[in-house]
Design a protein around this ligand. Structure first.
Ligand code: CMP
Length: 136
């Protein structure tokens, strides 16, 4: 059944000119774009998005990175989109992510890893409500 996922194309991807490449991969897969926006986060919003990570040691530099410039947020939909998008993105650390995935092909970092995607139906629901509160 169709579901939705919240995807972020992070500031490193915007700086590197990879927005089109990344969106193109999702479009070619057959996923639909239900919402899309570009914005620069403030620290409070980053804390809300990463509520489960705010106490972790990697969070302060992650917050600096995520607020360092514009990012693109989008809601994708399609059959099992949450799992499909996570498979397309690859594992967190770009150095270890499989070739063929976005991170595996385009990132060498475990922080500046180009993309975020919801990891469960619960987090998708929470993240979509946070980023696109008016989306029906
Ligand atoms: P993301 O999918 O957005 O979820 C949490 C983010 O924290 C992750 O992608 C990475 O950008 C970052 N991250 C996770 N683990 C580490 C780590 N060990 N060191 C640095 N950054 C990390």
């Amino acid at each position: 059944p169709d579901e939705r996922s919240l995807v972020l194309i992070k500031p490193d991807a915007v700086r590197r000119g990879l927005v089109g490449e990344i969106i193109s991969r999702f479009e070619r897969k057959g996923l639909r774009i239900d919402a899309l926006e570009i914005r620069t986060l403030d620290g409070g919003f980053a804390d809300q998005h990463y509520a489960e990570h705010v106490d972790k040691p990697f969070y302060p530099p992650l917050k600096t990175f995520m607020t360092s410039g514009p990012l693109v947020s989008l809601v994708l939909s399609g059959d099992q989109v949450i799992e499909v998008v996570r498979a397309m993105i690859g594992s967190t650390d770009g150095r270890r992510a499989a070739a063929g995935t976005i991170r595996g092909d385009l990132s060498l970092s475990n922080r500046e890893n180009l993309v975020h995607a919801s990891d469960s139906t619960d987090s998708a629901k929470r993240e979509i409500a946070l980023w696109f509160p008016t989306l029906g």
